[in-house]
Design a protein around this ligand. Structure first.
Ligand code: MG
Length: 389
């Protein structure tokens, strides 16, 4: 295939879990894709290896770096963009069909805006972008004529099912959740959960923040808000069901009472490639077909008492305004305090709950206002977290 016909993509957060899976999956399709920009936070060595391998001439480094070593690390002619401004410069300046935003946490929001404003389609695993920007993101994407495609396995499924059946024929979304490693853990022992225990997820292999969020079900809470904003469903039209095997990646309930699902082994390569390839490339087999031998699928109601962060997410999805921003930022602060050994596991939810007791009924109209509110929440949540030290 001619170079110019290849789909050109920028991958942000290329050394993280989703970035690594994406690059591995893309190996099979190197004749269809060109990687024209890459970013990493701290793993500069790995970034340079990926850039050389893919013959990519633009890289961005958002974290700390040793200036002196940079020129020798990258191939001649590589543009190295430094810091948050450098990242913006690369996203806006480099021509590409699509940006994959796999940056973890709230840091990904500015990158999301840059991709949309520079007229590039956006595939994102950065659910924080949608949770924080809410309805604004959709309006922004429409105004700039770009598509926003979710990479989260649940939302990728919902995106495909809604595309097949039509929004008007669907009455509600049913998001599946593995339930995390503490699904059957006694509630009175939740305070004794260590960081190592919380990071070991039973079915998915992911980064530390999202693994801990999966253990508290805050990740599912964020996904409830993400789905509501992304697909325009109210909180009453979204359900969560616990499904420990992570084989059913979500359902849509039809107005006529039927229920449709997507099933595949738990492997992020499938939703990632669905987002990167779009409709234009018939993909070969991305994951092994599901084997029915010894396959048992179970479903149960989530425990909203043991996992209060799921309950609070539904409240924030209903209240909207800046409550989703508050939920996301307070959770990030609390998870970091837990990782640093300043909070017990059960107090992650306490810090978020106490933060949400402030008044976050604050409207916003642009990125700067979102970031201002985000900073305010972080200050509040840090004060509250410090009281547990
Ligand atoms: Mg997910």
């Amino acid at each position: 295939m001619h170079e110019r016909q290849k789909r050109s993509i920028i991958i942000l957060g290329c050394t993280g879990s989703v970035g690594t899976t994406a690059l591995k999956a893309l190996e099979e399709y190197a004749d269809h894709f060109r990687i024209v920009g890459l970013s990493a936070h701290g793993n500069v060595k790995r970034l340079s290896e990926i850039a050389r391998h893919w013959n990519c001439h633009h890289v961005a480094i958002t974290g700390s770096y040793e200036n002196a070593h940079l020129p020798s690390l990258f191939a001649e002619g590589t543009h190295v963009h430094l810091g948050k401004d450098g990242l913006q410069e690369m996203i806006r300046g480099v021509q590409a069909d699509l940006v994959l935003n796999a940056i973890a946490g709230a840091d990904g929001l500015a990158a999301t805006f840059a991709a949309i404003e520079s007229g590039k389609d956006l595939a994102f695993s950065n659910k924080e972008s949608v949770v924080m920007a809410g309805k604004l993101l959709h309006a922004h994407a429409q105004a700039h004529g770009v598509e926003i495609i979710p990479v989260d396995s649940e939302h990728s499924t919902l995106h495909a099912l809604l595309g097949s059946f039509g929004r008007d024929n669907v009455s509600s979304l049913v998001i599946t959740a593995s339930g995390g490693p503490f699904r059957d853990f006694p509630v009175e022992n939740m305070k004794d959960i260590t960081v190592v225990m919380a990071i070991a997820h039973p079915t998915w292999s992911m980064g530390p923040k999202i693994s801990i969020d999966s253990a508290t079900l805050a990740n599912k809470g964020l996904e409830v808000m993400e789905a509501g904003f992304l697909f325009d469903f109210t909180v009453r039209e979204i359900e969560v069901v616990i499904h420990p095997q992570s084989v059913v990646h979500s359902f849509v309930r039809m107005v006529n009472g039927a229920l449709y699902a997507q099933l595949s082994p738990p492997d992020m390569a499938l939703p990632i490639m669905a987002a990167l390839a779009g409709d234009s490339y018939p993909l070969r087999e991305v994951v092994r077909p599901l084997d029915f031998t010894d396959l048992t699928l179970t479903f149960m109601e989530p425990d909203f008492i043991k996992f209060p962060l799921l309950r609070h997410a539904f409240t924030c999805a209903r209240l909207q305004q800046s409550y989703p921003i508050a939920y996301n930022a307070a959770d990030e602060v609390a998870v970091q305090a837990f990782v640093d050994g300043h909070l017990t596991f059960d107090h992650i939810a306490s810090v978020v709950e106490e933060t949400l007791q402030s008044d976050w009924a604050i409207p916003f109209t642009n990125l700067d206002e979102i970031l201002t509110i985000d900073r305010e929440v972080r200050m509040k949540a840090s004060q509250l977290a410090n009281r547990y030290r």
